[in-house]
Write a protein of this length. Structure first.
Length: 176
């Protein structure tokens, strides 16, 4: 009996960690949009040259290349662990995983080429300005999609705890 309790608790902890890691990614992404991206284009060409210097040794991509796969792995493990928890929970967790994975694909296919234009390629201010505008606009789409994934994960966590509370309440009423 104790073993089953520990397993159930570990499953919930993994789902909670998945939510926390994904929330950290979302927070970092919002910071990149609100603070970093604004400064990149604040005084072209000086601002982009400063950003290029700043990103010579490390850049935000270094963070995301480590944390995003961890987030996706935790989301996938959560699907497996809660597969039998109910259809709504299963669908919400699958949607979260798909959105986390899709935003990563979007990052590689859409954002990395623009990052190269802004931070690696020759200094062509007009191309940099266009890449920055595209990056900034589309990043809000990526942020929104990722936020929906977090909402789905939070919904699942809430549903798991709510279901348990409702089940205990029902058993308590029957016993009374």
């Amino acid at each position: 009996m104790r073993f089953i309790f520990v397993i159930k608790k570990m499953k919930r902890i993994i789902l909670l960690i998945s939510l926390i890691v994904a929330s950290g990614i979302l927070t970092a992404n919002i910071y990149n949009t609100v603070i970093d991206a604004r400064s990149w284009a604040s005084d072209l060409p000086n601002s982009i040259q400063a950003a290029r210097q700043y990103f010579k040794s490390v850049n935000p991509g270094d963070f995301y290349r480590i944390i995003s796969p961890i987030s996706q792995l935790l989301a996938l493990i959560s699907i497996i662990l809660f597969w039998k928890a109910g259809k709504k929970i299963r669908i919400a967790l699958i949607v979260a995983f798909v959105l986390f994975f899709a935003t990563d694909i979007l990052t590689f296919t859409y954002f990395y080429p623009r990052n190269d234009i802004m931070f690696r390629n020759e200094l062509d201010i007009e191309k940099i300005r266009i890449a920055w505008q595209e990056w900034t606009s589309m990043n809000w789409v990526r942020t929104f999609a990722f936020a929906i994934g977090i909402f789905c994960t939070a919904y699942s966590l809430d549903a798991i705890y709510t279901r348990k509370s409702v089940a205990k309440l029902s058993v308590g009423k029957l016993a009374a």
